[in-house]
Design a binder for this molecule. Structure first.
Ligand code: SAM
Ligand code: SF4
Length: 326
């Protein structure tokens, strides 16, 4: 079954957040003081998350990415992934992590049937990494990346949010990583989510990121695989890995959007930057499968054609990405 929105886009991808908690405090994602975690009752149980996944797959979703907060901090996540992977119709199960717990958990995740890992990594310098994440240990993430490959994952995709004056001096270092290694590096434009004082100074467009890379290397376009998101993908001539640019803010994005999101408290969203959300909880407690499917269909048909944010302005309320799942 194909699920299409009212703008003719095929919607086959669900980002499902399983927790708003996190073991890091990235400054672009969470305010310094942290966030008040949702109470245990507010966070959906694994049974409820499975019900949502089943319903979405029944409507035409084929790919699910588990996200958070940090998904690996929620206890029982491996068993949940095993159960998720058995739902008929799910063709691709992926997970996004900050990598801190990956070294210990990679083997279990692989055996649970996770097909693809995305690891967020914004700096290759321990001090800068520590500052961006407000305390994260780069070496643990690098150990996690190694462990993932050792247990059988293909090289994880690395998500790197580029911020002017913070880590833009590492764009070429990240690009160099693709020369001899099969990682794909995806450069993500900084998005004004929590809009801390002076956020505009961090903005750097995907076009400028590309220019910096092409000042040293020749890039060739790469065909997107099945379930590819809205990144533009390239390869440095002769390199093993690829480079993706995700221009969520500056454009080239919305027309290819194939996703919906559900937060760990059961709020479904058709667009990351829209304040619109639909509460799925009333059809989970107690479960009402028909109503749940109808609400999810409504999210898809109500997806806006495009978002209204830009580096100069914005039209959404502040939000913490950790509560939505990125
Ligand atoms: N904790 C996991 C992680 O960091 O990979 C998963 C959740 S995190 C919210 C998902 C993604 O959102 C990460 O790749 C992170 O870099 C990205 N993200 C969070 N805040 C962002 C922002 N303001 N601009 C761009 N990307 C952001
Ligand atoms: Fe946590 Fe991920 Fe947000 Fe960083 S980006 S604070 S790791 S949820």
């Amino acid at each position: 079954m194909e699920l299409t929105d009212s703008h003719g886009r095929t919607i086959n991808y669900l980002r499902l957040s399983i927790t708003d908690r996190c073991n890091m405090r990235c400054f672009y994602c969470m305010p310094k003081e942290g966030i008040v975690n949702k109470g245990h009752d507010a966070v959906l149980s694994y049974e409820e998350l499975l019900l949502i996944a089943e319903s979405a797959i029944g409507l035409g979703i084929e790919k699910i990415r588990i996200t958070g907060g940090e998904p690996l901090v929620r206890s029982g996540v491996v068993r949940f992934l095993v159960q998720l992977g058995t739902i008929p119709g799910l063709r691709h199960l992926a997970l996004t992590t900050n990598g801190l717990l990956l070294a210990e958990m990679a083997d279990d995740l692989f055996k649970a049937g996770v097909q693809r890992l995305n690891v967020s990594l914004d700096s290759l310098k321990p001090q800068t990494f520590n500052e961006i994440t407000r305390g994260g240990d780069l070496h643990r993430v690098l150990a996690g990346l190694d462990a993932a490959e050792q247990v059988g994952f293909s090289p994880p995709k690395i998500n790197c949010v580029i911020m002017r004056g913070v880590n833009d001096n590492e764009i070429l270092d990240f690009a160099d990583m693709t020369l001899s290694h099969g990682n794909s590096i995806r450069f993500i434009e900084y998005m004004p989510a929590i809009k801390e004082e002076g956020w505009q100074r961090y903005c750097i467009s995907g076009a400028e990121i590309l220019e910096r890379i092409t000042s040293r290397y020749t890039l060739e376009p790469v065909d997107k695989g099945a379930f590819a998101g809205p990144s533009r993908d390239f390869r440095i001539t002769g390199a093993q890995g690829s480079i993706g640019i995700i221009t969520a803010v500056s454009g080239h994005f919305c027309s290819d959007c194939n996703r919906i999101r559900v937060t760990s408290t059961g709020q479904a969203k058709g667009c990351l930057f829209s304040d619109d959300k639909t509460d799925l909880v009333p059809c989970l407690r107690p479960p009402d499968r028909e109503k749940l499917a109808a609400l999810l269909r409504g999210i898809v048909s109500g997806k806006p054609e495009r978002h209204a944010i830009s580096a100069e302005g914005y039209a959404h309320k502040n939000f913490t990405m950790s509560q939505i799942g990125g």
